[in-house]
Structure formats: C-alpha cells, structure tokens
Design a binder for this molecule. Structure first.
Ligand code: M6R
Length: 588
C-alpha cells in the first residue's frame, strides 16, 4: 500500500517527511521518493528499494520548508525510478495513494491535447490533468476541483504547483488522508502514527474535501470551494497504540484481520468462479517441490495434501535449510515453489537460487512486495495479508493457505471447486468471535503439550504446535496420531494436554482411537473436530464448521492461533516479540 507524508512550516521539512515515511514502512513498499522546494524551484528525488536508499541521496539538512514524500507499492508498472512518485507533468507534482481506474481514457484525452507521459503508472495522468485544467481556469483550487470530478477510483493526493511553491494541496476519495499541525507547521499523512513524533493534533479529511496548507495556517474547502470548519482531534496514545487500534497486541489484531485477508487474497486471483489472469498457467509441470521454513514450510505440507488430493502431481515438501544442501531430483517439468511471508528468509532464498542455477522454474508465494524472493523467482504470487508486525505469523499463514489451496484447484483444472470458498468469510468471522478462554485455561499451566492428527490435520498440528511454543514457551510437539504409540506415548502423564485435530472424515475414527489411548493414560484431551461426535474420550471439545476438505485448513487454523494467543497472554509472555525470534530470518 502506498503512503504519503507532507510538511510545510518553519522547521526544516526533510527530517519530518523522512521520519513520517519510515513510519509508513509497515504498509509495504518497493520504492520511495520526495519532492521539495529549494531556491524557488521544485526538486524531485526517487529511489527503488528501502527508504534508506533515498535517505543516502538526500541531505536532510537541506534548506527546504515545503516537501511531499511517498512510499510506492507498485500496482501499475514495475518498481523502478521512473514509476516511483512524486510524478510531475506540466506545472504539477503529485504523490498518490490509490488507483485511478479510468486512467487509460484520461491519458488518451491528454495525449490528444499534446501531453506526453514517461511512466507506466496510472498516477501520472493526475498531474497532467491538473495542468490541463489549470491551463483553462488559471486557478489551482478550481483545477483540483475539476480534476477530481474526472477521476474514477480511489486516491489520496499531495499536490504542489510550480506557480505556487508556498502551499501544499491535498484531497482524497476512498484512500485515507489526515491533516495535522504542530507549533511550527502543517502535515499531511496517510495515517496518524506517521506524524505522532511531532504532534497528536489532526483532522480527518473527508471525501472530496480539498486542504490548502500554508506556512501559518491550513484551510479546508468543500467541492463548491467554500471554506469549511472541521473539528480537530487529539490522538491520545503512542505510535504503537495507534497502529494496534483497539487491540492489546499486534498478534490479536492480525488474527482479527483474517476475514479481510481471506477475501482480498481470493478476490485477487478469482472472479466469478474463474481464475483471473493474475494466476499464471502452470500446465506444463508434472512434479512440484515446495520449500519454506517454519510456518511457511507447514503451509507447504498443507499444499502437498491438497495438490496430491486433487491432481496426479506428486509433491515433495522440504525445509529450505535442508533442500539447499541435498541432492534434488528434478527436471524441466518440475516447478519449485518457495513460500515465504517476508520474502527475505536466507535459507529459502538460497534454495530458490539453487533451483534457478539448475535451470528449474521457480514460483514464489510471498507477502512482502518487492522482497528478494519475489524479485528473483520466475513467477511471483502475492498473498494479500498486508503488513504483519507480530513476529509469530498468523494472517500471512492463513493467506498462504488460501493461495496454496487455489493452486491445488488451478493444477486440478476443476473450477467447480471454487464454489467451496463461498461461505468461508462468514465462518471465519464466527470463529474469530468465539471465546477460547477455557482451552487456554486447560493448557497454560503445563510445560508439555502434544498436538496429534493425521494427513492434512497433521499439517495443522505442526502449525498449532509451533504457534503455542513460540508465543507461550510451552514445550509442544506435533505428532502423526498413529506414531504416538511407537514411543512418544511414554511421555503422557496425568493431565498432559493432548490436542487432537480431526477434520478428515475418512480417518477420523483412527485418530479418535489414538485419543482414547492417551485418555486411558490420563491425558487431558482437547478434541477439535467438524463432526457431531459426543463421547467420553475427551475433556473439552471445540467444534469447527463442516466445510469441504479443500478449504477446511483455512478454518482449522484460526482456533489454534487464538488458543496460542490466549495461553501466551495468561503466561504473561511478550506476545508480539517472543524471546530469541526475529520476524525476518536473514541469516543461515
Ligand atoms: O518470512 P518467512 O515466511 O520466510 O519466515 C519463515 C519462518 O521464519 C517463520 O514462519 C517462522 O517460523 C515464524 N516464527 C512463524 O511464526
């Protein structure tokens, strides 16, 4: 998601704008740029990659008091310097967050009027259209009003005009924008946290309102260009609390975003029960290797079960740190899929490079746009999880599970399966609103727990167990239910929590037998199922909605994440930053 920051005032502008941009990093971006006024002219600097790259090019102590900055998350055109914002055309310079849906038509009209365009972006039509309308009205406010009448889509804009370098203009529709003030000047920003280092006084700009920021005041106008008064708000909290909203932890907030993440990921690849062209054609592959680390590897396990269930393609799943050093049996019909939330995990990147060196086609499933893995793979499919801040992954895991299940459908070529996603969002919301306190209560005082399941349920056990141990520091082991009796059952003591996941009706009775075995040894059994079974082999039951096997893991994971969260909370752990862990593991 793109981000905007602007400042005009009596303090130097660049430190403030750069500080704001750094706060917006959490939104994800692949390039950054800045425009500033110096010696009565406008300068633009842009760089691909991190804000630090831009920072190195800039003298932050530059004598400039008017500046707009931008982090770009590429939508129209590659992440490169030309496509980065700010965009200048004619007398207008613009930073934009959102998408202009009718940009092709506007571009055609403006080309006929003699305008030319440098970038592939939708955004560049905005300064050109402003310039065109300004050439008619000779009034900046009128040209902004006339321009937004023509724009379709969503936008938040920061605007500077060469004929008036003492003002910044701002307007929005669909995308958020706030105006703020401190003692020395005025800000515009995509969100509140970006300005909290300087001020907590802000107003929310409403749809189509136009803001005009000067050195000593700001004014807001409606679409008739009449000035309006808006109530200033005071944000009572820290940048961290602003980003967490009403949630106590990022982990909880991110779990609660899963309904949206599901919808966004599905809608990005599927429309009306058909795949969009955002999903490439993979017909030529008859062998698949899935590589990842930690949770991403467990998504790979889910993928293996689903792809093998619905196609005749054999799937090998490996942890990246093993795969990179072992002998791999692949050929030109093999597709190597690398799954990574961050797109920067060193072992996963090395495994990808190894496959590429061997001239094997690679596909990345990544959340962070512009990350190394996404750039180096032959194909990249993004999950639409949005920025994930808690170290333990939750919403990205769910999004990866959605995408790997869609890949199973794609490989199977059975589009009827796409109907199975129909009621999932409702089920996700219901699961998110359930109370998991009693399950956490049964677990949190123990130092050992076991998760058991078979086939795809075992893949969920692996992730449920990892979530519990990394957030609550309880030793937890996931086992294929049938394996328990071959040794590990000796660890079952009075009251040891054993969580059994049973959603596959073909083997549910087998796993129930294993749960009975541990119950007979006085384990505390938590039975998680989508079947209507009422017996006495469990202490607690958690009922999941019964949906098609293809989409079941998208639901099964939610209670496991929330139970881990509740347990960690009861144990007073540092939930968002567990000990010894990093969000992005860039070392071997
Ligand atoms: O960014 P990646 O998906 O490549 O990260 C892989 C693992 O490091 C990650 O899933 C890790 O296991 C997390 N701690 C899981 O919550």
């Amino acid at each position: 998601m793109c981000g905007i920051v602007g400042y005009i005032g009596t303090d130097k502008a660049l430190p403030k704008v750069l500080s704001g941009l750094k706060f917006l990093e959490y939104r994800g971006y692949d390039s950054a740029g800045i425009a500033f006024v110096k010696n009565k002219s406008l300068n633009i600097l842009k760089e691909v990659g991190r804000i630090e790259n831009l920072d190195k090019k800039i003298n932050a102590q530059e004598e400039t008091y008017v500046s707009i900055g931008h982090t770009r998350w590429a939508t129209h055109g590659k992440p490169n310097v030309i496509n980065s914002h700010p965009h200048k055309n004619g007398k207008f310079t613009v930073v934009h967050n959102g998408i202009i849906e009718n940009y092709v038509l506007i571009k055609e009209k403006l080309i006929k009027e003699g305008y030319s365009f440098l970038s592939e972006t939708d955004t560049e039509v905005i300064p050109a259209l402003l310039d065109y309308n300004y050439s008619i009205s000779k009034d900046i406010m009128v040209s902004i009003r006339d321009t937004i009448k023509e724009l379709e889509g969503s936008y938040a804009l920061g605007i500077i005009c060469d004929d008036d370098l003492k003002h910044i203009y701002a307007v929005r529709n669909g995308s958020p924008l706030i105006i703020a003030r401190d003692e020395k000047g005025y800000f515009l920003s995509s969100d509140v946290p970006a300005i909290l280092n300087f001020t907590n006084k802000y107003i929310l700009l409403d749809e189509s309102e136009i803001a005009k920021l000067s050195f000593d005041e700001y004014k807001i106008y409606d679409t008739n260009l009449d000035e309006i008064r808006k109530e200033e708000k005071i944000f009572d909290g820290t940048p961290d609390s602003a980003m967490k909203g009403n949630y106590e932890h990022y982990m909880l907030k991110e779990i609660h975003e899963e309904g949206k993440v599901f919808k966004d990921t599905l809608n990005y690849y599927v429309d009306n029960y058909k795949f969009k062209n955002t999903m490439p054609n993979f017909k030529k592959y008859n062998k698949i290797h899935i590589i990842g680390c930690g949770s991403a590897y467990y998504v790979g396990n889910i993928g293996k079960y689903l792809i093998e269930e619905y196609t005749n393609i054999p799937v090998l799943v490996e942890v990246a740190s093993e795969y990179r050093y072992k002998k791999n049996f692949y050929d030109k019909d093999t597709l190597v899929i690398v799954i990574s939330q961050s797109g920067e995990t060193a072992d996963s990147l090395a495994a990808l490079r190894k496959a590429k060196e061997d001239k094997i086609d690679t596909l990345a499933i990544v959340n962070v746009v512009g990350s190394s893995i996404s750039r180096e793979a032959d194909y990249t499919l993004y999950v639409k999880a949005g920025p994930e801040i808690a170290v333990a992954t939750t919403k990205a895991f769910l999004a990866q599970t959605v995408l790997i299940s869609l890949l199973a459908v794609k490989f199977s070529n059975n589009l009827n399966l796409l109907k199975e996603y129909d009621n999932l969002e409702k089920h996700i919301c219901n699961l998110l609103n359930n109370n998991y306190e009693k399950y956490a209560e049964a677990i949190y005082k123990h130092e050992d727990t076991f998760f058991i399941g078979r086939l795809i349920d075992y893949a969920l056990c692996l992730e449920g167990s990892l979530k519990l141990k990394e957030t609550s520091y309880i030793n937890s082991v996931a086992f294929q239910a049938g394996e328990l009796k071959h040794g590990t059952i000796s660890l079952i003591k009075d009251g040891t929590p054993v969580i059994g996941i049973c959603t596959d009706e073909n083997i549910i009775n087998k796993t129930i037998s294993n749960l009975k075995e541990v119950k007979a040894r006085n384990a505390y059994v938590i039975f998680i199922t989508n079947e209507d079974i009422d017996e006495d082999f469990y202490d607690l039951k958690l009922v999941l909605p019964k949906v098609h096997k293809l989409v079941m893991p998208i639901l099964s994971i939610i209670p496991l994440q929330l139970i881990a969260y509740e347990v960690a909370k009861k144990r007073g752990c540092d939930i968002d930053k567990p000990q010894n862990l990093a969000k992005s593991v860039t070392v071997e």
